[in-house]
Design a protein around this ligand. Structure first.
Ligand code: SF4
Length: 274
């Protein structure tokens, strides 16, 4: 049995979420890649070293990490209800979005839940919510593990959706959706797969905003997108092996001012003028 088959079996038997699965894979020494790992090593090898080799934890976790995770839980709960034929309202997510310890975060989350309910995909069958998958990359590479926020179908057309949250709308990396598309092509025998980024902007008051709180971007995907993703997997895996070899000596080359690790990273560039 190869690594892809072993991880497939683990996923089939796994009862929890993506985080606990990754912990299980790491604890059992199952080597795997992911979109996040590739994006991380590309942006800063030292950041890869901190997160995936040294396994440092940020304590406390940045507020935006926590808020993003809560929103993903709310969106998953929302679309699971849709899959059961219900028509959920934003208020149904109140118990998830409640943050008595952080009133501003609660306000942002409540508004994002309202925007989610207003912009939910209509006329699509919900096939998967937080769908954990493993993809055989061949070419001597470890398999790729990922989780798709939402998988939809409308007739013979499929769609993969990734939710983003933040203070603003950022340019997203199409590689993530190219990976999801490849999985759906193989898993469902699909021929048409659309890819979407649903981006939610944190806002205090939905009635007083000057720019939208939500943006849905459809990303055009093709076999060329997958070929490009494969090339990045190859180069990224090479870079990962280099970080594993170099350890602490890995170069810190990222945009430190926007890096979550800048507070603990001894290689952070001078940030005093920010
Ligand atoms: S603070 Fe800078 S050098 Fe350190 S991990 Fe982040 S991007 Fe890399």
């Amino acid at each position: 049995m190869n690594e892809f088959q072993r991880i497939s079996r683990l996923i089939a038997a796994h009862k929890g979420g993506a985080r606990s699965l990754v912990e299980k894979l790491d604890a059992r020494g199952h080597r795997h890649l992911s979109f996040s790992k590739i994006a991380c090593v590309e942006s800063c090898p030292y950041s890869y070293f901190l997160q995936y080799v040294k396994r440092e934890e940020l304590d406390p976790q940045p507020a935006y990490f926590v808020k993003g995770r809560v929103f993903h839980r709310a969106a998953a709960s929302f679309y699971r209800r849709v899959a059961r034929g219900q028509r959920p309202a934003a208020t149904d997510l109140g118990t998830i979005t409640r943050r008595p310890d952080d009133i501003v975060a609660e306000c942002h989350l409540r508004n994002a839940a309202e925007v989610l309910a207003q912009n939910a995909f209509e006329g699509w069958e919900v096939l998967g919510v937080e769908d954990i998958f493993v993809l055989d990359l061949g070419r001597g590479l470890p398999p790729c593990v990922g989780v798709i926020d939402l998988v939809l179908r409308q007739g013979s057309t499929y769609a993969v959706v990734d939710h983003k949250t933040g203070k603003d709308f950022w340019r997203q990396d199409p590689m993530q959706l190219a990976i999801y598309r490849e999985h759906v092509l193989r898993e469902h025998g699909a021929t048409k797969v659309q890819g979407y980024f649903d981006a939610y902007r944190w806002v205090n008051d939905l009635r007083r905003i000057r720019k939208p709180a939500f943006e849905r971007t459809r990303v055009r995907l093709s076999s060329r997108s997958w070929a490009k993703a494969q090339r990045r997997f190859e180069a990224g895996y090479k870079a990962i092996k280099e970080v594993e070899r170099a350890g602490e000596k890995s170069p810190g080359t990222g945009s430190c001012w926007m890096c979550a690790w800048k507070g603990v990273c001894k290689k952070a560039h001078d940030l005093s003028w920010w």
